[in-house]
Write a protein that binds this ligand. Structure first.
Ligand code: ADP
Ligand code: MG
Length: 564
């Protein structure tokens, strides 16, 4: 049968669509960037699949993207002859939102009642295909998967449901037709059937797309010719292959949005060129905001891999370590086979060399940022510090470089985190160690009796509240010859520089309290190893400390929570 079926959007999708329809996102032009970006991905995928599967019945002769307009019907169609989608693809990819973090995003959205705030949130999340509904009140998508006989027609007004039906004569690839919302005719700013407008948007947002973006134009004035002139709107030059002096910051930013599916500008752009026996170019970005799935199990990581300008894969894990999973971008290697698989890449020596270089370059970029643009660095640290610290455990080779770009909250300044270098510079005469205390929150740590004597003596203590802090402080021996020392562990000898009268005083106190200590030790026998007098407290009567090699209380709690 060929009758159309009506299906419901998944509820998350429905909520996002409602948002798009009553859109508050100020820059509506971006819908075209999203559709072109999808079309470009579809062409990349087709080229690769046709290369790998010689039996695929696909037409790869003239891969391109076309924009078609109809002034009378007020439609704009974005067409590609790429990989296309099966019916199942359409239902899964267009009818639902699989992006991890969607639930969190929607929860935040509920909190943000006013529309300006939700517009800002959308910019952080990125909506992709659904952004069509910012400018269209109906969207029709006709698609045929390369190699398949039958196509699919999908249509929706974005309100809860869509229809889907088979079509016999769909060309290979995907055509998305927007039935544009009525606009004030005077308002050319938003007339998406205007050639000038489309030219402008493509130039601005999609110039670097490596496939031709064509516009079927009107025949020139006075020409009778039946063939309308075809105009290519983009320059198609891969940004990473152009000299960086030639590329504007805006171009880099738009390219970033294409590869990362982010809607915000990146925080930093990093370029790398290697010549010689193993040639490659890299164009990397540090995002300005952490993705919502940064700490989720199913998160993606890694940059895109190209071989001689040909897209090979997304999320190439072999090129980026786990702790730098937020880095986005492209690596284009000249001497790899187009046939490489993820498994081969993991073992490839040259890929490992590239990765080492990329890691060092990212770390050194952050280091430069730290001194040259402290505010940018503060944003970076705020967003990615927690992930980066995993590198202190995982990447022993770069441990020093990572420590160098870390910051920590400290008792020195309630607002501003400190670097280790700054801490060491402030260390008092005779202070041997870098003191720290781990805990669940700054407040909990500041109320801790362990801190009292240190505070009284004016020693600075790092306040470590991330779960990962518990782990690396044990693994990392020190920074610039100074050992890390927990103020909650062992006998922290704060009285080292005291004179003899103090020592005598201490011995006297030891005698005075001997009976009490013996009594307490036996009363608490089952709970503690030892009860001793301490100079570390000033206002609290007692506190519990661990042995130097014990786990900290927070770590103990973590292990217990994990069932160990
Ligand atoms: P994203 O591009 O971030 O994955 P989108 O909402 O833009 O999110 O697109 C959702 C998915 O729909 C894409 O990942 C892709 O699988 C599919 N898709 C969208 N447009 C096309 C197209 N023109 N050709 C083939 N697949 C497409
Ligand atoms: Mg997309």
């Amino acid at each position: 049968t060929t009758s159309a079926e009506t299906l419901e959007f998944q509820s998350e999708a429905r909520q996002l669509l409602r948002l798009m329809i009553h859109s508050i996102y100020s820059n509506k032009d971006t819908f075209l960037r999203e559709l072109v970006s999808n079309a470009s991905d579809a062409l990349d995928k087709l080229r690769l699949e046709a290369f790998r599967d010689k039996d695929l019945q696909a037409d790869t002769d003239d891969l391109h993207i076309t924009l078609e307009t109809d002034q009378e019907q007020r439609t704009l169609t974005v067409r590609d002859n790429g990989i296309g989608m099966s019916r199942e693809d359409v239902v899964n990819l267009i009818g639902t939102i699989a992006k991890s973090g969607t639930a969190e995003f929607l929860a935040k959205l509920k909190e943000a009642k006013d529309s300006a705030a939700s517009g800002d949130l959308i910019g952080q999340f990125g909506i992709g295909f659904y952004s069509s509904f910012m400018v269209a009140d109906k969207v029709t998508l006709v698609t045929r998967r390369a190699g398949a006989d039958e196509g699919v027609r999908w249509e929706s007004e974005g309100e809860g449901t869509y229809t889907i039906e088979p079509v016999a004569d769909a060309p290979q690839g995907t055509a998305v037709t927007l039935h544009l919302k009525p606009v004030d005719v005077e308002d050319h700013l938003f007339d998406y059937t205007s050639a000038a407008k489309l030219r402008e948007i493509v130039k601005k947002y999609s110039d670097f797309i490596t496939w031709p973006i064509r516009m079927a134009g009107e025949p020139a004035e006075g020409e009778e010719s039946a063939e309308p002139a075809v105009e290519t709107l983009n320059s198609m030059k891969a940004l990473w292959a152009r000299p960086s002096s030639d590329v504007s910051e805006d171009e880099y930013h738009e390219f970033y949005k294409h590869v990362s599916h982010d809607w915000q500008d990146p925080l930093e752009t990093i370029r790398l060129q290697a010549e010689g026996t193993f040639e490659y170019q890299a164009l990397l970005f540090l995002p300005s905001r952490a993705p919502m799935d940064l700490f989720m199990r199913e998160r993606k990581r890694g940059v895109q891999l190209y071989v001689k300008r040909v897209f090979i894969m997304d999320d190439c894990e072999a090129l980026m370590p786990e702790y730098l999973r937020f880095v986005k971008g492209v690596v284009d290697a000249q001497d790899l086979s187009l046939n490489v698989s993820r498994e081969i890449l993991q073992q490839d020596r040259q890929i490992q060399l590239i990765r080492r270089r990329l890691v060092k370059k990212v770390l050194s970029t952050v280091k430069t940022m730290m001194s040259a643009e402290p505010e940018k660095y503060a944003t970076f640290w705020q967003e990615f510090g927690r992930a980066l610290k995993e590198g202190l455990l995982d990447d022993t080779e770069n441990r020093t470089a990572i420590l160098d770009i870390c910051s920590f909250a400290s008792t020195h300044d309630a607002e501003k985190p400190t670097t280790l270098r700054e801490y060491v510079e402030r260390m008092k005469d005779g202070q041997e160690h870098i003191y720290y205390l781990t805990g669940e929150s700054r407040q909990a740590i500041e109320n801790s009796p362990h801190l009292e004597a240190f505070r009284a003596k004016g020693f600075e203590v790092l306040i470590l509240t991330d779960p990962i802090d518990e782990m690396w402080v044990d693994a990392v021996s020190g920074f610039e010859e100074k050992q890390f020392q927990s103020v909650a562990k062992g006998q922290v000898d704060l009285d080292a520089d005291d004179d003899e009268s103090k020592t005598a005083e201490r011995e006297q106190r030891q005698k005075d309290f001997a009976d009490l200590l013996t009594w307490m030790s036996s009363a608490l026998e089952d709970s503690v190893k030892e009860v001793r007098l301490s100079s570390r407290l000033t206002t609290s009567a007692a506190c519990i400390v661990g042995d130097s090699y014990d786990m900290t209380p927070t770590l103990e709690k973590m292990y217990r929570a994990m069932g160990q």
